[in-house]
Ligand binder design. Structure first.
Ligand code: GLN
Length: 225
């Protein structure tokens, strides 16, 4: 049976269309979820895509986390539903308490838009199993509040438990602590990352098709669940 993966749209979301396209390219059915939805339409996994939800007012992700659909996502994630937060989606998942730490203004205070190499540190999560550990992938980065920060204790825990999933390769673009670009929940089912794998799913539109692996990985996790 074709897996059904929900893609959330908040007011100000930009990347829901590309996220849905990535889901479809991976072979699943993308199901549109609206910020006001009070149920998840029975989806098998959820993508919280990038953009500027609620205009990034207060703090990126700080308002979106109160959207009715996020209450459902938090409950379902506690029950093991795979959830991927990309960029603004990562910010929302941190604000919602599904992932630790916070995304703050980039060091240098400029919005950064460039293609970025990432090192895959952990392939033990629902969203990264298709990659070789240590592989380097090229995906776009486009964010103003991408600097990952957490207490030293939380950072040590993330490192020690193999929950740093992606790290910036080469220069650290935004001052993220320990070069962290993406992390996972303790059960490996919830992953957030700042760069955009959904924009790197076809060589034609570039910069690579390296990002498709996240969307293929989650399908494997559903089969093996
Ligand atoms: N591309 C995005 O999702 C941007 C996220 C957020 N609005 C920021 O600038 O940091």
């Amino acid at each position: 049976m074709t897996a059904r993966i929900g893609v959330i749209t908040f007011p100000g979301t930009l990347d829901d269309v590309d996220a849905a396209r990535a889901v479809n390219l991976a072979g699943a059915e993308a199901v549109s979820l609206w910020h006001g939805d009070a149920d998840l339409k029975g989806v098998d996994a959820v993508v919280v895509p990038g953009g500027f939800s609620y205009g990034d007012y207060l703090r990126a992700g700080a308002i979106a986390r109160f959207a009715p659909v996020m209450g459902e996502v938090v409950e379902a994630a506690k029950g093991g539903l795979p959830v991927l937060g990309i960029c603004n989606g990562f910010q929302v998942l941190c604000e919602a308490g599904l992932l630790p730490g916070a995304l703050t203004r980039n060091q240098g205070l400029h919005f950064i838009c460039r293609d970025q190499w990432l090192k895959v540190e952990a392939n033990s999560t629902a969203w990264s199993s298709r990659y070789e550990a240590g592989a380097e992938i090229l995906v776009p980065l486009k964010s103003g509040e991408g600097r990952f920060q957490a207490s030293e204790q939380v950072l040590d825990e993330l490192e020690g438990e193999g929950r740093v999933v992606f790290r910036y390769a080469g220069d650290n673009p935004n001052g993220s602590q320990r070069g962290i670009a993406g992390i996972a929940s303790a059960n490996g089912r919830v992953v957030g990352l700042m760069p955009h794998p959904e924009h790197a799913t076809e060589a034609l539109t570039g910069p690579s098709d390296d990002g498709l692996g996240l969307f293929l990985s989650v399908l494997d996790s559903l089969v093996s669940a």
